[in-house]
Write a protein that binds this ligand. Structure first.
Ligand code: 26V
Length: 816
């Protein structure tokens, strides 16, 4: 591709004058206004375009370099991307932050007030989505050619509001005021079929879909830090054909009928994880999954053909990483293209397919392992079901030849579950269709290969490996915590640590240095003041910047045990009522969304807010304990909370959290962890040292053992006077009537062993309070935590994937 010289040259000016001229020009040509009459929104939009243009030039050179090198490309398929706000990131990555600040100042505006208009794209739910964003950031930073494929949800997951203490979901119309970072490509639309039948044409099976929608791509730029590479994330939105609107209906006044087909098509990219409580919702989810993979696989094949002509090279030139099972349909989709459209024979197609795919599993919870009813699958994707059956036949034949007569083994490993209804097992499809399968932390991979996927690990031991998750230090230190970043850069003599996080180890010798400790504490305190300002405005609750900021922030799930944290709060409340000098001054911050249909955890949110209201108003507490629930946890909220945290709650029941990445974000920002031996907590504790980590609770083996035995939570709870008192206080209505049901889970089955771990957790919290009472000791722990987090950089994670799965080489993009 030739570079568009003139516009590119105009866009890359780096002086303040260039920047200002472009900003004013964008204001005029893009917004149709002038500096004198522009609103702050106008200025924001023009600023975004001005910054974006500086990346476009790099993107053009990246595309040219990739075209010339014909490298192996990494394609990341994910239902979620939590990219976070783009403006600050792109100012940083283009080195225009100071210039922009100066220019805006000259215009009487602060960068902060303009940046406030930047909205984070609502394309994710939790750790899986943020991991996708961190890996894309690290891929670009490592100059590895990569494209992320996803869905451009109009309304994302949902915006969480709290009404009378309860979560109320509202649409997250993230692009309502425009979306300046996106490049829509209306001319690149791609048809996607659904339903219909399979016919035989000249001895070949062919799918004749009954319904077709259009996938319309748009992309966002993914710049690397300190490099010229700009990769892309390509997001697809569902569009109806322009003929779908029924003019006759409309003319007859039947406006709802007129748009029926348009609405049905466009529903596919309306929201992330539509409720699956109805048949409509379940079908829509499966439609979304196929929509994404159909668009992505087609695009990957198209890109391959731009540079290659021989299918034999396909698995060498492409690796497709499946981010959990949501995109697992890509396996039969690639097979269908290769066999039905390109007429390859089965064996060739299968060896290309398996050679191309790799699968990352992100869970251990059996209920999160997706399966789809065969009946639904067959109705929506009849040809894919035939292909799944054929893959399964060959798979079961292989098992029979290696383990003759082992009917049980074949039943367990089949892609089809037979009882109680026939369903397609998506994790099995992903494992069988991939040449590499990985878990996301050491314990997770071990448990996967010993339990959930044990039979597969016995069948193909070489296919399994561990790649421990990581996080972007650019996003979670430099952008989220600029004060800390400045202190570290000053101390280390530059910002090389941002791409070589192991260099933080050089901070360890300063852990006891009085002056460094003082500065470290000052950074934390300023960050707490920022959080306090936000919390005050958002909830009315005052945060004391000198109190221990104790944070439990993540999606709500019973296994993550927000309820255990709340029982600690209630016990502290009891103790404070008896003795106002107990514990240390503490602010407990909760944040996180509950799945809309997950009633049990929505009740926990209500109870948290009820406890917060009583505790915060109780004169006996005298401000020593504050509880705040910050609504609508997302990347932007994490950027505010994480830098201010002193104590990081990572208290899932051991054996349930695949990895966790909040644990890494918080430790890297100097929070000390209180946690179980779960997920990546184990690797974190190994690195920061047992002395700098508050460990409690059962380990995974003990937890599994206890679940198998005669566990009696009701009796155990009554045997601990403080726990009994806390439960009585809740049941007795101290925080409002009618919360008895929340306790039923604990006193009944206690699936997540909250009662079993309570005492150990409280003891560990008492140790936290003792450590906090000695500021020098605490600060030492805090510094050592950050200094030991080098391993958790997403750059290391990407290097692991690159060396052990992707085998992809960097392509240097020359500077202009
Ligand atoms: C699964 C499902 C299954 C059916 C319907 C909706 C739905 C939505 C999301 C998921 C994915 C659950 C897996 C997940 O988010 N795992 C998280 O991945 C993080 C990154 O690896 C990891 O740090 C967390 O421990 C893990 O919970």
């Amino acid at each position: 591709m030739d570079l568009p010289h003139e516009p590119a040259l105009r866009a890359i000016g780096t002086t303040a004058a260039d920047f200002e001229r472009d900003l004013v020009s964008n204001l005029y040509f893009e917004r149709g206004t002038t500096m004198e009459s522009a609103s702050t929104q106008d200025v924001y939009q023009s600023l975004a375009v001005t910054v974006r243009d500086r990346l476009v030039d790099r993107r053009a050179r990246t595309a040219t370099a990739h075209q010339a090198a014909n490298p192996r490309c990494v394609y990341y398929l994910s239902a979620e991307y939590m990219l976070g706000r783009q403006l600050r990131q792109n100012l940083l990555y283009t080195g225009t932050e100071d210039v922009a600040r100066d220019v805006l100042k000259g215009l009487g505006l602060s960068l902060e007030e303009v940046a406030d208009y930047d909205v984070e794209p609502g394309l994710g739910n939790g750790g899986l989505g943020r991991l996708a964003a961190c890996l894309l950031d690290a891929l670009a930073t490592a100059d590895i050619p990569a494209v992320g494929y996803g869905i451009r949800y109009d309304l994302g997951l949902f915006r969480q509001t709290i009404v009378d203490g309860a979560q109320v979901e509202r649409p997250d119309d993230w692009a309502f005021d425009g979306s300046p970072w996106e490049f829509p490509q209306q001319d690149d639309r791609q048809p996607v079929g659904f339903y219909g039948r399979v016919v035989e044409v000249a001895g070949r099976r062919r799918w004749i879909p009954e319904e077709t929608v259009l996938g319309e791509p748009s992309h966002l730029l993914v710049p690397g830090y300190g490099t010229q590479t700009v990769n892309i994330v390509r997001l697809w939105r569902a569009r109806a054909d322009s003929d779908a609107f029924d003019l006759a209906d409309f003319a007859a006044g039947r406006s709802a009928e007129a748009v029926q087909e348009v609405v049905r098509s466009e529903n596919i990219s309306k929201v992330l994880y539509p409720a699956d409580s109805t048949e409509f919702g379940r079908e829509l989810r499966l439609k979304q999954q196929y929509f994404l993979v159909s668009c992505a696989v087609w695009d990957i094949v198209r890109r391959f053909h731009l540079r290659n002509s021989d299918w034999a090279a396909f698995a060498d030139k492409n690796v497709i990483q499946l981010n959990d099972t949501h995109p697992a349909l890509a396996v039969p989709e690639l097979m269908r293209l290769l066999i039905d459209e390109y007429e390859l024979d089965w064996d060739t197609a299968w060896s290309i397919t398996r050679g191309t795919f790799a699968y990352t599993c992100h869970t251990l919870l059996p209920e999160a392992l997706e399966t789809w009813p065969v009946a639904l699958f067959e109705r929506l994707l009849p040809r894919h079901l035939e292909i799944v059956y054929a893959i399964n036949q060959a798979h079961l034949d292989e098992i029979e030849s290696r383990f003759p007569g082992d009917v049980e083994l074949r039943r367990r490993l089949s892609l089809i579950q037979e009882e109680p209804e026939r369903r397609v097992r998506m994790a099995h499809l992903a494992v069988v269709g991939s040449h590499a399968v990985n878990g996301v932390a050491g314990l997770h991979t071990r448990l996967l290969t010993e339990t959930t996927l044990a039979d597969f690990a016995r069948l193909w031991p070489d296919r399994f490996r561990n790649v421990t998750n990581g996080i972007s230090p650019r996003r979670f230190v430099r952008l989220a915590n600029p004060r800390l970043a400045a202190l570290i850069s000053e101390q280390l003599g530059g910002d090389g640590w941002l791409t070589d996080l192991g260099r933080l180890a050089a901070l360890a010798p300063l852990a006891d240095d009085a002056d460094f400790q003082r500065r470290w504490r000052a950074v934390k305190r300023d960050n707490k003041l920022d959080l306090a300002g936000y919390a005050r405005a958002a909830t009315g609750v005052r945060i004391d910047p000198d109190a221990l900021v104790d944070v439990h922030v993540k999606r709500f799930h019973e296994y993550k045990r927000q309820l255990l944290k709340l029982l600690h709060v209630v016990t502290l409340h009891d103790r404070l009522r008896a003795d106002p000098r107990t514990d240390v001054p503490r602010t407990v911050v909760f944040a996180g969304k509950a799945a809309p249909g997950y009633h049990a955890v929505k009740r926990i949110i209500q109870l948290i807010n009820a406890v917060a209201a009583v505790v915060n108003a109780d004169p006996a507490v005298a401000g020593r304990l504050r509880v705040v629930f910050l609504p609508d946890y997302n990347v932007s909220r994490a950027e505010l909370i994480v830098p201010a945290a002193d104590l990081s709650e990572q208290i899932s029941l051991a054996g349930k959290e695949a990895s966790g990445t909040g644990n890494m974000k918080l430790a890297l920002n100097g929070a000390v962890t209180i946690g179980t031996l779960d997920g990546a907590n184990i690797e974190l504790r190994e690195r920061v040292g047992a002395d700098n980590f508050f460990l409690f609770g059962l380990d995974a083996a003990q937890a599994a053992e206890m679940r198998r035995g005669d566990y009696r939570p009701g009796e155990l709870a009554r045997a601990d006077p403080e726990l009994a008192a806390a439960l009585d206080a809740i049941a007795g209505g101290r925080y409002g009537a009618g919360f008895g049901d929340v306790l039923d889970s604990v006193l009944g089955r206690d699936e997540y062993l909250t009662v079993a771990d309570y005492r150990s957790y409280l003891d560990a919290q008492d140790a936290v309070a003792a450590a906090w009472s000695d500021p020098d000791r605490w600060t030492r722990m805090s510094i050592l935590n950050a200094a030991s987090c080098g391993f958790f950089s997403a750059d290391r994670t990407v290097a692991d994937y690159r060396d052990r799965i992707w085998r992809a080489d960097p392509v240097r993009v020359p500077p202009r």
